[in-house]
Design a binder for this molecule. Structure first.
Ligand code: IDP
Ligand code: MG
Length: 139
């Protein structure tokens, strides 16, 4: 898997607020194909590991607590230029700065509870996809 795949999570606020269906619709309408998908809940250890790169940031504890607060939907998506195009589709981290038409503008609650994750590089897309899915779960 390389430049044509990315990894996403619909975060606990998106599910709690009932936006999962609409967000998946936006993703597929934008031309992404779903290669893997699961409804699950992160353990504290999983959330800490997934966001390890942010371990020194002041919001790390809050982020781990939030990401384990309820179920998520994890998915591997495929499209040409997937990583960059998906980052454009989700919009800025802070929904108040996100462009109109983006998922975060439409559905995020706040900079912390921002509805959706998108990988930031091909390398991380691959690492994050493999973190959540075995080879047999990817189609
Ligand atoms: P990204 O999700 O747009 O790539 P990152 O900077 O990688 O943004 O941050 C990872 C996640 O950490 C964000 O999506 C958000 O949930 C949370 N986060 C980022 N910055 C803050 C902050 O200043 N306060 C609280 N949570 C934050
Ligand atoms: Mg990031």
């Amino acid at each position: 898997m390389a430049t044509n795949r990315t990894f996403t999570m619909l975060k606990p606020d998106a599910l709690e607020n009932g936006h999962a269906g609409n967000i998946i619709q936006m993703i597929t309408d934008a031309g992404f194909a779903i290669k893997a998908m699961k409804y699950t809940r992160l353990t504290e250890d999983q959330a800490k590991k997934f966001y390890e790169v942010h371990a020194e940031r002041p919001f790390y504890g809050e982020l781990v607590e939030y990401m384990t607060s309820g179920p998520i939907v994890a998915a591997i998506l495929e499209k040409d230029n997937a990583v960059a195009d998906f980052r454009a589709l989700i919009g800025s981290t802070d929904p108040s700065e996100a462009d109109a038409g983006t998922i975060r503008k439409a559905y995020a609650e706040s900079k912390a509870k921002n509805a959706v994750h998108g990988s930031d590089s091909d390398e991380n897309a691959s690492i994050e996809g493999e973190f959540h899915f075995s080879a047999a779960e990817v189609f």
